[in-house]
Design a protein around this ligand. Structure first.
Ligand SMILES: Nc1ncnc2c1ncn2[C@@H]1O[C@H](COP(=O)(O)OP(=O)(O)O)[C@@H](O)[C@H]1O
Ligand SMILES: [Ca+2]
Length: 497
């Protein structure tokens, strides 16, 4: 009996030791499996693809390089800006007198692009050039010069090892719509039930407004997209000549015209420039655009004299918007249909540069107006001392540009104090600049599918780890069951724990 009891005790001790050993092994195995699962599923050296878009704007050209993980082309939010380069000098439309030099002006930035993209990807990297309002204006004023400029940049780009996809003037509608796509793609708004942002783009020669709306009364202002399984019905309009540089020309020309005939124009007093500002300008520099009428004058130059009076400036700037005629239910200005603005807006490019400089990106509309009034009243000498490193052309114009922006948004697009805070002034979203270029590339490379790709239940890494754990658990249980229930005891009985 004692022997039997001893045997039983021994057996029990053995079983316990075995259970502990098994448990230790299970835990160790478990840790091992998870480690292997995680290490195995750690992203391998990512393979990236690239695309290049040149934004040939009215004031300057920028070269943007985008990159995305090769295997995730169609997932939303995967394309990011890798590099941006600002071409030195003015925009390509400024080469109208010497079009053959337009191409070579891009050299430095294009060489940078060659460095930034791995050599083995060069030949498959698409490159696009899109020109905006500066070239639209040149085309209106001198069609053959605009064609020569495009030919020059096109030929130059083809000397690079990338996959050349063309150089063209994009339409104002495309500029607006692709800006809208960029902002919403980067904000991850597609493929979700979430609403989208409207897009406000201000350039030197044109400005665009784009937002989702239910009803568009004018066919010229409609664009429909189906993206990631959702339908988007867009209102968009691009105002040629309503970029900030052209509006300055229009406003100066109006003042010159109102003086013309009275006396010789020696000094042109301007409430939108700071007191003490005094610069000699040529009439040619004001009247060299299709946005302003012609003027026959014997004089070549005049003195542009600042007064620094914001309220008067506001009155002058308001005059560039024609608000009286509208054949639709609602208009923005110049008889252009626009539904009432609603929802959030992202305002970028010069909207951002100017509002950021003036510290007006947050706060109410009233506050923005009073702060701008104070800023415009500062003498030019003080301004120059306050900002010694800011480009003088920009610095001289911030009072005017800020006034134009507030007026465009309030009187032009009909934003009010109530919805002012729905406008977010943005430069970048994540790593990427807000602008039309990313949307343009996504569209031309078909990287935004109409239907959302089917999503697996779990991400790949999670799936593998889960399956490993599950199989290990099942295996351990089987093993444990076998050991505990099937092992014959010394007395021929089955040992029950
Ligand atoms: N730091 C800055 N401060 C103020 N304005 C700026 C700054 N950087 C760029 N801009 C202005 O932004 C505008 C950009 O317009 P651009 O894209 O070249 O023209 P468009 O889109 O009309 O073809 C220009 O008026 C340029 O002067
Ligand atoms: Ca632009």
């Amino acid at each position: 009996m004692d022997e039997q009891r001893e045997m039983k005790v021994k057996n029990r001790t053995m079983v316990r030791t075995m259970i502990i050993t098994i448990t230790v092994f299970i835990v160790l195995g478990f840790i091992l499996m998870v480690t292997i699962g995680v290490v195995q599923n750690k992203p391998l050296q990512q393979k990236y693809k690239y695309g290049i878009v040149l934004d040939a704007g009215s004031s300057h050209t920028s070269v943007y390089i985008y990159e995305w993980p090769a295997e995730k082309e169609n997932n939303t939010g995967m394309v990011q800006q890798k590099h941006a380069c600002n071409v030195k000098g003015k925009g390509i439309s400024s080469y109208s007198d010497k079009p053959t030099l337009a191409g070579a002006s891009l050299k430095e930035c294009m060489d940078e692009a060659c460095e930034a993209i791995p050599v083995h990807r060069h030949s498959e990297t698409p490159i696009y050039l899109g020109a905006t309002a500066g070239m639209r204006l040149l085309k209106l004023g001198n069609k053959s010069a605009s064609e020569e400029v495009l030919k020059s940049v096109g030929q130059f780009l083809q000397t690079y090892p990338f996959s050349y996809q063309g150089a063209r003037i994009i339409t104002g509608q495309e500029e607006g719509a692709f800006g809208w796509i960029t902002v919403n793609y980067l904000s991850n708004n597609f493929g979700k039930a979430s609403t989208t942002f409207g897009a406000l783009d201000l350039g030197g020669a044109s400005t665009q407004i784009t937002f989702v709306t239910a009803k568009v009364e004018s066919q010229d202002n409609t664009i429909d997209f189906r993206l990631y399984g959702n339908d988007y019905h867009l209102y968009t309009h691009s105002f040629l000549c309503y970029g900030k540089d052209q509006v300055l020309k229009m406003s100066l020309s109006k003042s010159i015209n109102s003086k013309h005939g009275q006396t010789d124009i020696i000094a042109l007093e301007d409430p939108c420039f700071h007191e003490g500002y005094n610069v000699t300008m040529t009439f040619q520099s004001v009247f060299n655009s299709p946005c302003v009428g012609r003027l026959n004058l014997t004089q070549n130059t005049f003195t542009h004299v600042g007064l620094g009076k914001w309220s008067e400036c506001h009155t002058v700037v308001r005059k560039v918007f024609q608000k009286s005629e509208c054949k639709y239910s609602t208009c923005s200005f110049n008889g252009v249909f626009q539904p009432p603005v609603h929802g959030n807006f992202g305002a970028f490019s010069a909207f951002y540069f100017v509002m950021d400089f003036l510290n007006l990106t947050a706060g109410s509309l009233d506050k923005a107006q009073s702060k701008l009034q104070e800023y415009c009243a500062l003498p030019w000498n003080t301004i120059k001392k306050m900002y010694p490193h800011v480009k003088e052309k920009y610095l001289a114009e911030y009072c005017f540009s800020g006034t134009y922006i507030l007026t465009l948004l309030e009187d032009g697009y009909n934003f009010t104090s109530d919805n002012w805070n729905y406008i977010r002034f943005i430069k970048k979203i994540g790593e990427s600049d807000a602008g039309w270029t990313l949307g343009y590339m996504l569209n031309l490379t078909n990287m935004i599918p109409a239907e959302a790709p089917d999503k697996p239940l779990l991400p790949y890494g999670g799936y593998v780890t889960f399956m490993l754990l599950l199989s290990f658990l099942i295996l351990s249980l089987c093993l444990l069951a076998y050991k505990c229930f099937c092992r014959p005891t010394g007395s021929g009985q089955r040992d029950v724990i």
